[in-house]
Design a protein around this ligand. Structure first.
Ligand SMILES: [Zn+2]
Length: 443
């Protein structure tokens, strides 16, 4: 399949030529054949008029629990412990394997519509999520969440071997669009003996790890009291920061200066999900200090039960506004830096190297935004438009690996009507409520 986008403006995220106007972009198979300078003899199967459209690298989401779309709006205005113990785990106790398929499918519909083509997912029954990724044409790094029980050995609802078998079964599947990684829940839910085994298995299979790390002062205090180490230092001591592929440490809300030096030295990716921290009133990670210390940072949404959406426009905006406000510095988080944190950075964290930049030879993970809505006018600064005024309704076209997934309201790979119905029906069943099309505000 050959596509050409004519007369388009592109925010390429290529530092050598970040903004190109009135250019043509050529997609051939899964690859960007040309970004400007399309050869005259390039014969496309489809030509798109790119006037009034803005081309961007597609977004990637560095940390989520996609099927938690089913719990969106189920636990509101609660502190983290109540949110988790009284609401989320109660709903999840009724979770069935097929629910994960429909919850993840709903998440994929939402992400595609918001220009997100890849996500790092961490949940249960991950074969179901892998199926959705395969069918949707998206990309993902998938981890089967693993809880430990007891001090050193036996384990949660899914046997350890089964979670490892998942990693091997789907590694590199769907033409490389499905990648896998090990997925312990956290240092406080998996005992040290289990975490060491996870590091061993990651070496044997040749993958990385994705887990929650250092989310609160309480976790910091408990770790220091029990192990004499901060959570980050403990993760390093367990071998979780030295694996064949990337370590994604979600959150790192409470860290020391030494922790930042260690994360930078190890090349660990910190997934930063600012909206969740604000909504659950958690400590805000020192993202500016992390970046200044050389830590790899990438943006994510976390699960829709907390965020409450899967929209990277929203996350970029939340990070920019919060950091400028709290640092009392309008230059604290420049708009191009925010864009990079939602495109090239998470793509690299997930192992989809080459994505996140529009340049010849790169994967054709591209979106086109319609810039004709009133909130775009006048178009003085397109990067500011993307970060501070755009919304997911502006996304007009979405390609992943050169395959068109979405075109002006139409999903080309996902049956959105069926998915919406199945997901909502199952979400109400999980919490013991009758199916209704909408529920009133419950106070
Ligand atoms: Zn999470």
């Amino acid at each position: 399949m050959r596509t050409v986008i004519r007369n388009v403006t592109a925010l390429t995220m290529d530092p050598s030529r970040p903004l190109l106007t009135g250019i043509d972009i050529a997609i051939e198979g899964a690859t960007l054949a040309a970004v400007g300078g399309v050869p005259a003899d390039f014969a496309p199967d489809e030509a798109i008029d790119g006037r009034e459209l803005l081309a961007l690298p597609a977004f990637f989401n560095a940390h989520t629990h996609a099927a938690m779309t089913l719990e969106r709006g189920w636990a509101e205005d609660l502190a983290f412990e109540q949110w988790l113990n009284d609401k989320i785990w109660v709903a999840e106790s009724a979770l069935e394997e097929e629910d994960v398929y429909w919850g993840a499918a709903l998440a994929c519909c939402e992400m595609v519509r918001a220009g997100v083509v890849g996500f790092a997912d961490h949940y249960f029954w991950m074969d179901q999520v892998a199926r959705v990724v395969e069918e949707s044409g998206m990309k993902a790094l998938l981890a089967w969440c693993h809880f430990g029980i007891g001090t050193e050995h036996e384990l949660g609802q899914t046997p350890f071997e089964e979670t490892v078998a998942f990693v091997e079964r789907w590694k590199g599947a769907a033409g490389g669009r499905v990648r896998t990684t090990m997925g312990p829940h956290s240092l406080y839910m998996d005992p040290p003996g289990v975490l060491r085994r996870i590091a061993e298995e990651a070496h044997r299979v040749g993958v990385g790890v994705h887990f929650h790390l250092a989310e609160s002062q309480e976790q910091m205090d408990n770790s220091v009291a029990r192990y004499g180490l901060t959570p980050v230092a403990h993760a390093a001591a367990l071998g979780l920061l030295d694996l064949p592929e990337a370590t994604i440490a979600a959150h790192c809300n409470v860290v020391t200066g030494d922790d930042l030096a260690l994360l930078a030295e190890k090349g660990t990716w910190v997934a930063h999900t600012a909206k969740t921290y604000q909504k659950l009133a958690m400590a805000m990670p020192p993202i500016a200090s992390m970046i200044a210390a050389g830590v790899n940072v990438a943006l994510g949404t976390d699960g829709p039960a907390s965020n409450s959406d899967l929209n990277l426009f929203e996350v970029m905006r939340a990070v920019g506004l919060y950091q400028k406000g709290v640092q009392q510095d309008p230059q604290a988080m420049p708009r191009m830096a925010l864009l990079r944190l939602a495109t090239e950075a998470p793509a690299a964290a997930l192992g989809f190297t080459g994505s996140g930049v529009l340049a010849p030879g790169r994967p054709a993970d591209v979106i086109l935004l319609d810039t004709t809505a009133p909130h775009w006018i006048p178009r003085h600064d397109l990067a500011a438009g993307v970060v501070y005024t755009a919304n997911s309704g502006d996304v007009a076209y979405v390609w992943c690996d050169g395959r068109l997934l979405y075109r002006r309201g139409d999903y080309l790979t996902l049956d959105v009507e069926r998915i919406r119905w199945e997901a909502e029906r199952r979400a109400f069943r999980m919490v013991g409520q009758p199916m209704q099309s909408m529920r009133a505000y419950q106070g």
